[in-house]
Design a protein around this ligand. Structure first.
Ligand code: ADP
Ligand code: MG
Length: 276
């Protein structure tokens, strides 16, 4: 190694650039053999460090953002959901709604890809260097209630206000207690016009009064969550059930409106299925 190469290696150690350090000998050889220019050598060296660091950052962020299992826009089959405008979703993937602190509502029956799309938009945001956090409404409310009991509400609240994009999944799956609704309202208020959100729900907005057990609270929430918002409604079939279409009763298969999830069933085969 020449003295310059040696010094370069020491500098890379000092700068904590292990990936560049590892690539250094090969890059220097290419340079000496006239395969690349000096500028290309610098470019390769820095790119080596940057791409390795970036892929590590993204992998860690997917975990801490709770975006696993990972879903992407590339793996979403738009032909399965003709009611969904692909261009609209692709426009959202441009992420300007995050810049504007807007709220995106993904509405539709179970299995129509709401969580998939919300996660995929979160993945795009993480790749773009944004802080993202995904949580179900039930978990969110539960965590806020526990934090309040422990005298840690402000700290917990801050952790949900902090991300540039907060994804709140499964609104409407479980009823929310009045205490929970008021904590959720505080959070929505704190993020209002500041931080973007993606909300997914199998309920229409008209059902929010019942879900929160308080029509006044529901109206106040919707007032903030619908101002500066984008509403995407999916009216198609469940992707989970796509291979079992013949088992879905006619009235469910042909229902084009938002339907609440069926009540929890006891294990075992339902009566109507018997004798086939
Ligand atoms: P929802 O949140 O609306 O109940 P999910 O997003 O969880 O539905 O979708 C259920 C499953 O089907 C997931 O594994 C998801 O990745 C997959 N899925 C749903 N819609 C599509 C689609 N159009 N293309 C590919 N996979 C899909
Ligand atoms: Mg879901």
């Amino acid at each position: 190694m020449t003295s310059v190469t040696e010094r370069l290696a020491d500098t890379l150690v000092g700068l904590r650039m292990p990936h560049a350090l590892e690539a250094l000998p090969l890059i220097v050889r290419s340079l000496e053999q006239g395969e690349i220019t000096a500028l290309e050598a610098i470019d390769r060296l820095l790119l080596e460090e940057y791409t390795k660091r970036e892929s590590k950052r993204v992998a860690v962020a997917f975990k801490t953002s709770r975006l696993l299992p990972l879903k992407t826009l590339e793996s979403f089959d738009f032909t399965f959901q003709p009611s969904l405008d692909r261009e609209r979703i692709m426009a959202l993937a441009g992420l300007s709604f995050i810049e504007r602190g807007e709220v995106v509502h993904l509405l539709g029956p179970p299995g129509t890809g709401k969580t998939h799309l919300a996660t995929a938009l979160g993945v795009e945001a993480v790749r773009a260097g944004r802080r993202v956090y995904r949580i179900t409404l039930a978990e969110l409310v539960d965590n806020l209630i526990q934090a309040e009991r422990a005298g840690m509400l402000q700290t917990r609240m801050r952790s949900y206000v902090h991300p540039s994009l907060l994804i709140i999944d499964e609104i409407g799956f479980l009823p929310i207690t009045p205490g929970g609704a008021s904590l959720f309202f505080q959070l929505v208020n704190a993020r209002y016009e500041k931080g973007a959100m993606i909300l997914t729900s199998n309920l229409g907005f008209a059902d929010w009064g019942d879900m929160f057990g308080d029509p006044v609270m529901a109206t106040a929430l919707l007032d903030r969550l619908l101002h500066h918002s984008v509403v995407v409604t999916i009216t198609g079939h469940s992707y989970r059930l796509r291979e079992h279409m013949e088992l879905i009763p006619d009235h469910v298969r042909t229902n084009k409106s938002l339907v609440p999830p069926p009540p929890p069933r006891k294990r075992g085969r339902p009566k109507s299925d018997r004798g086939d």
